[in-house]
Write a protein that binds this ligand. Structure first.
Ligand SMILES: O=C(O)CCC(=O)C(=O)O
Ligand SMILES: [Fe+2]
Length: 446
């Protein structure tokens, strides 16, 4: 599925205000509507830690009456940043015919979170626990190793444990949403039966020529606005390969990739792993370990930190040149990252417009930048001063690009609306076996 393609001309972020055309999204009335992005029942079970949410059975809701829905208004009432993702969640389940809960609403914003809307043949007891009986997997699901697989018996068991009467520990009743912690492999080993066609010699040569041109003639830097810089093609291919391999190894280990979700049960449409510190989407706080399994996130590899430092230095040189200022740090402060959020977007992955505001007050006040590495498939990155897609600008981020936003741009709303399948450099795929999708690393200083 390619939801974004062809909507808007790519104009390096200087595009006119965008218009989302609901009709292009089929039955959905909101652009951010999409299908599930978590694998469904392929027989492998995830090591999933289930905790009780609030003991209510969602089957008590009258289908379609909206009573089980969380609304953007509810979420929007808080100042916390990442919850704004939720505003961008779909307005309706794309599988309304089969969806047990029929959580749909004609209202455009935030009325339905498409919480992994798997269709259910048995009553679902949590909004995000649906069981797919359709046996229809989309491409992304087939690629995902992360599986929240529930059989009717599991649902019964969960239903029983979810009943407050059956819950031994009353404290558990307001505890964590289920988190799937099996380790998602961004570079799954090739199956012996898979025939991989090598990229044509012509294509490989073209990529090699581009790569050596790039090495001779460094990056192409663009200042989009004060404090926001894009370093096009900044990360050399061999460094991209190293980053992918490192993230792969860390991602399958302890503290590796998992399927994050919000407190209300909505899932982020990406896999995530934290380095340095843990960021918890359920509390939107940073901590030293992951609340759902107690694991301390791996350290940020030194090579990553060196690259961030260099990118900031080069951005300063660019700002100095463009703004004729002697003090580029005033426009884009430097920083020493101690957090790195690693996201992997499958083909239908995306991230709603949000601000990154969970770092310390001091960090935010100083405007310490977010430094973002893009690797793999291209993505449409949207940004603007308001949480409004119509007013956002778009920039296409490609493998090797580094985007930095700090200073006056630290609080931009930003998000990812589409991943362009099959656009990653073939050489990168050949060297790493990176799956289709996009790897994104954002570095911050707490
Ligand atoms: O994937 C991206 O480019 C942005 C990621 C992001 O905004 C985040 O992790 O907060
Ligand atoms: Fe962000």
């Amino acid at each position: 599925m390619n939801r974004g393609r062809g909507r808007i001309a790519h104009t390096r972020g200087r595009s006119p205000p965008m218009r989302w055309s609901p009709r292009r999204y089929g039955q959905s009335n909101h652009p951010d509507s999409h299908g599930p992005d978590v694998g469904v029942g392929d027989g492998r079970s995830a090591s999933t830690s289930w905790r009780v949410k609030d003991g209510r059975k969602s089957s008590q809701n009258t289908p379609g009456d909206g009573s089980s829905q969380n609304t953007g208004t509810q979420l929007g009432s808080s100042n916390n940043s990442r919850e704004s993702y939720s505003y961008e969640r779909g307005s309706g389940c794309s599988n309304m015919e089969k969806c047990h809960l029929k959580q749909n609403s004609p209202n455009a914003l935030g009325s339905c979170f498409e919480q992994n809307h798997k269709v259910a043949s048995v009553p679902c007891i949590e909004k995000d626990v649906h069981v797919d009986v359709s046996n229809k997997l989309n491409t992304d699901e087939q690629q995902s190793d992360t599986v929240l697989s529930l059989k009717p018996a599991d649902v019964d068991a969960l239903s029983a444990s979810n009943n407050p009467k059956n819950t031994a520990d009353p404290k558990m009743q307001n505890s964590y949403q289920p988190v799937s912690v099996d380790h998602f492999d961004i570079c799954p080993p090739k199956e012996s039966t898979t025939i991989t066609l090598k990229p044509s010699l012509l294509l490989q040569n073209r990529e090699r020529r581009n790569e050596s041109k790039r090495n001779m003639n460094p990056f192409n830097g663009i200042v989009y606005r004060p404090g926001m810089v894009l370093l096009k093609g900044y990360i050399p291919l061999n460094d991209q390969v190293k980053i992918v391999k490192k993230c792969r190894d860390l991602g399958v280990g302890s503290g590796g990739f998992y399927q994050p979700g919000y407190r209300d049960g909505a899932k982020l449409h990406l896999k995530m792993m934290c380095l340095g510190k843990n960021w918890d989407p359920q509390t939107r706080e940073y901590g030293d370990s992951r609340p759902f399994d107690g694991v301390k996130p791996p350290n940020i590899p030194d090579e990553f930190l060196e690259l961030v430092e260099k990118a900031i230095r080069d951005s300063h040189a660019l700002i100095k040149q463009e703004s004729k200022t002697e003090n580029p740090e005033k426009i884009l402060p430097g920083m020493s990252p101690n957090i790195c959020l690693v996201n992997f977007y499958l083909q239908n992955g995306h991230l709603g417009l949000h601000q990154d505001r969970d770092e310390s007050q001091e960090s935010l006040r100083q405007g310490f930048p977010v430094v973002s590495f893009s690797i793999g498939d291209k993505a449409d990155f949207l940004y603007g001063d308001e949480r409004d897609l119509d007013k956002a600008q778009k920039v296409e981020l490609e493998s090797g690009d580094v985007l930095i936003f700090g200073g006056k741009s630290r609080h931009i709303f930003h998000g990812v609306t589409a991943i362009h399948t099959n656009t990653a450099p073939k050489l990168l795929l050949g060297e790493t076996n990176l799956r289709h999708g996009r790897l994104n690393l954002t570095f911050r200083q707490y």
